[in-house]
Ligand binder design. Structure first.
Ligand SMILES: [Zn+2]
Ligand SMILES: [Zn+2]
Length: 187
């Protein structure tokens, strides 16, 4: 068996996807895991697309998060100047709760192992038909409550996490661009 790209060199490995191309020592050591150029290109394109849509999501959550975080602080300062007895913690809890809400809601929708969906499943498993709707509603309110409570406490940390996640996605997109660029130049 000869290498797909070098017809005079013996193949030592195969592309790790099911495309089945044989690769020589040099070609097999290009990428980890072992991939042919076409499959590596496909992986880069898919990863880039995924990262782009993840980055949009991260940005929306980030903007929401930052807006209510700052709005809460501004509201407290304004209200405190008008009336020094204003309930600072209540205002903070409300605003920061809203600030952290989409993070928990999105995590709840995206991951199947969230507490909410576990509760959801546990309830719908042991009850009659139609109970799933109730379980779903119940799960939704638990989700809302958790989102609010966790959000209120963790809002500043969530903001940092969202900024970090946004930057990671941007880095990944750049990396994939560089990979694709290098591939075109190699051809
Ligand atoms: Zn080769
Ligand atoms: Zn391949």
């Amino acid at each position: 068996m000869k290498c797909f790209y070098h017809s005079d060199t013996d193949a030592v490995a195969n592309c790790s996807t099911n495309c089945g191309k044989s690769l020589c020592q040099e070609c097999a050591s290009c990428f980890t895991p072992i991939l042919c150029r076409e499959c590596f290109q496909n992986v880069c394109i898919t990863t880039r697309q995924q990262a782009k849509s993840d980055r949009v999501k991260a940005f929306i959550v980030l903007a929401w998060n930052a807006f209510f975080l700052i709005a809460g602080i501004i509201t407290i300062i304004e209200e405190h100047m008008k009336n020094p007895d204003v309930p600072i913690l209540t205002i903070l809890f409300l605003f920061w709760g809203i600030s952290g809400l989409p993070w928990v809601l999105m995590k709840g929708i995206l991951s199947d192992n969230s507490i909410e969906s576990q509760v959801d499943r546990a309830i719908s498993r042991n009850t009659e038909p139609g109970a799933y709707v109730i379980g779903g509603l119940f799960g939704f309110f638990i989700k809302l409550f958790l989102g609010f409570a966790i959000g209120a406490i963790a809002s500043p940390i969530l903001l940092m996490y969202n900024i970090y996640s946004f930057m990671q996605k941007s880095k990944l997109i750049k990396q994939m661009d560089a990979n694709l660029e290098a591939l075109t130049q190699a051809q």
